[in-house]
Design a binder for this molecule. Structure first.
Ligand code: NDP
Length: 263
């Protein structure tokens, strides 16, 4: 028996949307390290299959990449069913894929709105519903869902003191998805399904690396810990929420933000 606090996911199967890079990649690896089979959902990255193979070899688990745009409800439902047949039974979902448009609010368009909300809100909903349907149809109680929202559900990100980053649709979409988790937690509790939200602060990924260094320095200096997180630092909270140790946790939003929100 291993000593200490141990979370063992052998026999489990976790779907991670956007699991091929950034925070999602760290989450895929962490679930695989705990022993779960991993299904990575990606949109267009050419190396996603290689990424899955690498994870499979490193942790001796089944891991496979599935190309699936989370905006497409029918495709998401069919892909989750395929995953359930090939790697399942599916036991957990991390709905992590997300995008942003950075632009002054006066210039934002309906197309920008759809670009952000169709992934960050509808895409998360499509993923959650497809997973919940698998579990409800199976008539076996259980299943844990974690949304990757953001501390941006609560604050307006800045590029300098009192200067907004200008991503109104991103911030509001994250507030929407954090609340969506509460609504789904309430509806699906009778089926034994838990729905929670991980809300990261600033994390070193492709999404943040495109910002100017001066902006990143300002943002880092304004966290209590004085730095961005590494993607791996998002894994502990997420693994806990997926696990049976979180059996009394649902509808919660958990901030892993280096203390940003205390200011
Ligand atoms: P990245 O930009 O590094 O990666 C985005 C991932 O989402 C990719 O795997 C991408 O797939 C996938 N994706 C995007 N759109 C779709 C789609 N329509 N269908 C399927 N997959 C899609 O993101 P991060 O790792 O930075 O962020 C992950 C999550 O964390 C997001 O929800 C983000 O909003 C949130 N977050 C990030 C923070 C940060 O500082 N980085 C802070 C707080 C929250 P592909 O590779 O194929 O394009």
């Amino acid at each position: 028996m291993p000593s200490g606090f141990n979370i063992n996911f052998s026999g489990k199967c976790v779907i991670v949307t956007g699991g091929n890079r950034g925070i999602g990649y760290a989450l895929s690896r962490a679930c695989a390290k705990a022993g779960a089979s991993i299904a990575i959902i990606y949109r267009s990255s050419a190396d996603a299959e290689e990424v899955a193979e690498k994870i499979s070899k490193e942790f001796s688990v089944k891991a496979k990449a599935y190309k699936c745009d989370v905006q497409d409800d029918a495709l998401v439902t069919a892909t989750f069913k395929k995953i359930d047949d090939e790697l399942g039974p599916v036991t957990g979902l991390i709905a992590n894929a997300g995008v942003s448009v950075v632009k002054p609010a006066v210039d934002l368009t309906a197309e920008d709105f759809r670009k952000v909300y169709d992934v960050n809100v509808l895409g998360v909903f499509n993923s959650a519903r497809a997973a919940a349907k698998l579990w409800i149809d199976r008539k076996v109680k259980g299943g844990s869902i974690v949304f990757t929202s953001s501390m941006s559900s609560q604050i307006i990100n800045q590029v300098g003191t009192s200067q907004p980053l200008t991503q109104a649709f991103y911030n509001s979409s994250k507030a929407a998805v954090s609340n969506l988790a509460k609504a789904l937690a309430a509806e699906w509790a009778p089926h034994g399904i838990r729905v929670n939200t991980l809300s990261p602060g600033y994390v070193n990924t492709d999404q943040t690396s495109i910002m100017d260094k001066a902006i990143r320095d300002h943002q880092a200096a304004n966290t209590v810990l004085g730095r961005f997180a590494e993607p791996d630092e998002m894994t502990g909270q997420t693994i806990l929420l997926l696990s049976d140790y979180a059996s009394y946790m649902t509808g919660g939003e958990y901030f892993v933000d280096g203390g940003q929100l205390i200011w």
